[in-house]
Design a protein around this ligand. Sequence first.
Ligand code: UT7
Length: 327
Amino acid sequence: MTGGQALGILALGAYAPQRVMRNEEFEAYLDTSDEWIVTRTGIRERRIAAEDEYTSDLAFKAVEDLLKRHPGALEGVDGVIVATNTPDALFPDTAALVQARFGIQGFAYDLLAGCPGWLYALAQAHAMVAAGLARKVLVVGAEALSKILDWNDRATAVLFGDAGGAAVVGRVREGFGFRSFVLGADGTGAKELYHACVAPRLPDGTSMRNRLHMNGREVFKFAVRVMNTATLEAIEKAGLTPEDIKVFVPHQANLRIIDAARERLGLPWERVVVNVDRYGNTSTASIPLALKEAVDAGRIQEGDHVLLVSFGAGLTWAAAVLTWGGA
Ligand code: UT7
């Protein structure tokens, strides 16, 4: 898909904060139960950033992990994109902080597109390298969602967690790398999932409220629909069939949503990466974190076709197929 240039993921890293918050902690002060949360979402625990730990800190730690695993991976990186819905500040962009921290020469900007932001950013990095605008791009997804949750809203507080993930996108050997991207948005669903830190007027007509708001039921229906359509489209664009997909790494929001997508694709659970039970929904960090765990566990080998898919606020969706390895 790059006119003879194969582009893929050269290095990967991720980080989740130390503090583990189990479902039982919610039982202590909310009208909820471990049983309800596990049955409806698959989540058992999530990681919560420390009081003084923000999105940039999680991004730094993810990049440090990447460097530990792939020393020298930032050589030749000409820019940074940070996909996040919870930047440290509206501006400067969190990517600028990452750029400075690691002494990267080149561009730096944030990308806001709901949970699929990291996949959107991979697609942009891919396009930039293909167009000759960069040799390599560092693509980070990081979220401190715990900072914007309404901890007294049982319908949202139990769902999310904090984490960061990072990848370097660049040239790989022929036959490896990205085979397709699908990006989509439907802004008519803007009111179903939002956070207003500076908006005087929200899509639902109310005024600024500094917390995340979600119509879970609507997002659920939307998610099941787009997970199906986007994955099938990405597989077809890649010139493959669902049976060719060795590893499926879906956005980790809800086990029931993952199961619906898995079933539609006809994939056995052994090919599906799931860690929502341990991290909850970490938005843009969800896919790189799950991908890294799958690589570490030896579940993804050179030459495997890997399918990624995500959905979220916007409403947005994205999917990608890549052939792993070739670095
Ligand atoms: O990255 C994108 C982020 N968003 C998502 O992925 C969210 C997608 N949506 C979902 O995952 C699910 O819709 C939820 C997990 C949010 C909710 O599950 P559901 O099966 O769709 O439940 P529901 O919203 O239909 O609510 C059923 C009941 C309601 O009570 P009533 O009205 O039937 O009396 C809720 O008030 O469950 C209640 N409820 C809870 N009960 C105990 C909602 N949250 C909780 C809770 N504990 N934490």
